[in-house]
Design a binder for this molecule. Structure first.
Ligand code: ATP
Ligand code: MG
Length: 398
């Protein structure tokens, strides 16, 4: 039987006049990830608010997991199913469904205890959806499915859609990643460390359609390269969620050293000064890259640098918008998402953290913006910002 991936998109469906912009981007992304992974040309048809992607003739149940992994990386998808294309005639259709039931459903030990048929209809038919559900369910029971029918919360669902003069049935619905089509919202620069938060923050913005350019400030040669290597791996994982990824590796240790040894600057204010400098350099990169804003993994109250006063003192150094997608998250929520998107394991790897190395023992919790600006006058900030990009390395990933 002919098989397809049947994709329903979520929020994109609410768009009005610019819906084709989002659908074109989603289609482009789908085509790219599938062809990149499986080296096959796919026909991707858009019909009645869905995408239908034709699967190769030799597609088998064993291939499903690989496809699922790839589709989880396509933003804009609400859910997807691996469907069989079939006929409208109910006797014939009931027989086809019976023949293709997953093995475990007929296995006395593994079989689910309850089931139902769920119909969605987008074409005129002489039956109501509920009648179709009952008819198909009755045929499966007659054929010997021997599972109790349960309309609410059944363990097994025979999913059936009718549209374009065909029926499409499947036995499992996968939740997509949600969000908006990749690259639909323009570019942003994300400040990424090897920690747990900033990779997740970057992902959250990608999910909303941001094309993320990464910048990492490293302390090499004052530290070893372990943190930088971890950041490269993290960006490697995140690059799977968008097109063409760029990572700037900016040498930052000498600035930290210079700030931490400056006798005019109280040690407790250092952290805020480091961050302000990072933001200034990131803004310079954003301007070069025509990016619309900066992203950080800040989370209200999580650490000393993330009190409202200190966040404001850091934000003060930027003249473009700063986005904090994790601002209201609990740590557990961030960790869960990090595990799901594949960054958690890397973020947990040991490394020499460039930020802790030049850290004061007692950082300021409520930086005063006017004081901070005054202390900065002891430093050649503009010269640093102007010069450092020439010393930075830029890595391009697919
Ligand atoms: P993370 O888990 O992302 O490291 P964190 O909880 O350790 O965050 P901070 O160390 O206060 O928090 O950093 C706040 C944010 O500043 C980070 O989420 C990240 O966006 C940015 N940042 C911190 N250190 C660096 C760095 N070395 N290079 C680039 N960005 C950084
Ligand atoms: Mg950190």
């Amino acid at each position: 039987m002919k098989r397809f991936i049947l994709i329903h998109y979520g929020e994109i469906g609410l768009k009005k006049s610019n819906i084709t912009y989002f659908l074109d981007k989603l289609r482009k992304r789908l085509r790219f990830v599938l062809q990149d992974e499986f080296k096959i040309n796919y026909s991707i048809k858009h019909t009645l608010g869905r995408f239908l992607v034709s699967l190769p003739d030799d597609f088998s149940v064993d291939d499903e997991a690989k496809y699922v992994e790839v589709l989880f990386k396509v933003f804009g998808i609400q859910n997807f199913k691996f469907v069989y294309e079939s006929v409208i005639d109910l006797d014939d259709l009931g027989e086809k469904i019976w023949e293709n039931l997953p093995d475990y459903v007929l296995n006395t030990e593994l079989k689910p205890r309850t089931f139902r048929v769920l119909v969605k209809r987008s074409m005129p038919l002489p039956f109501k959806s509920i009648e179709l559900e009952r008819e198909i369910g009755a045929r499966l029971l007659r054929r010997g499915i021997e599972i109790k029918v349960k309309m609410v919360d059944p363990e097994f669902v025979v999913d059936l859609e009718f549209f374009n003069d065909h029926s499409y049935f499947s036995f499992k619905k996968y939740r997509g990643a949600g969000g908006l089509s990749a690259n639909s919202q323009g570019r942003f620069v994300s400040l990424i460390s090897s920690g747990i938060d900033s990779p997740v923050a970057s992902y959250m913005m990608m999910r909303r359609g941001a094309r993320v350019i990464f910048v990492h400030f490293h302390a090499y040669p004052f530290s070893d390269k372990s943190e930088m290597e971890n950041v490269k791996s993290l960006v490697g994982v995140l690059s799977g969620y968008q097109f063409d990824t760029k990572l700037y590796l900016v040498p930052f240790g000498k600035f930290q050293k210079s700030i931490s040894t400056n006798l005019d600057i109280p040690s407790k204010i250092r952290t805020v000064l480091y961050r302000r400098l990072m933001v200034r350099i990131a803004e310079r990169i954003a301007r070069n890259e025509h990016a619309k804003g900066l992203i950080t993994g800040d989370n209200l109250g999580q650490v000393a640098s993330q009190t409202p006063e200190n966040m404001f003192a850091v934000h003060d150094a930027s003249t473009i918008p700063m986005f904090y997608p994790l601002i209201g998250f609990d740590k557990e929520e961030t960790v869960n998402l990090a595990e799901k998107i594949g960054t958690f394991k890397i973020s947990k790897l040991p490394c020499s953290d460039s930020c802790t190395m030049f850290m004061p023992e007692r950082p300021e919790l409520k930086a005063n913006i006017y004081d901070v600006r005054e202390y900065e006058k002891f430093l050649p900030i503009n010269e640093w910002v102007e010069g450092v990009l020439k010393e930075s390395e830029v890595i391009n990933l697919k």
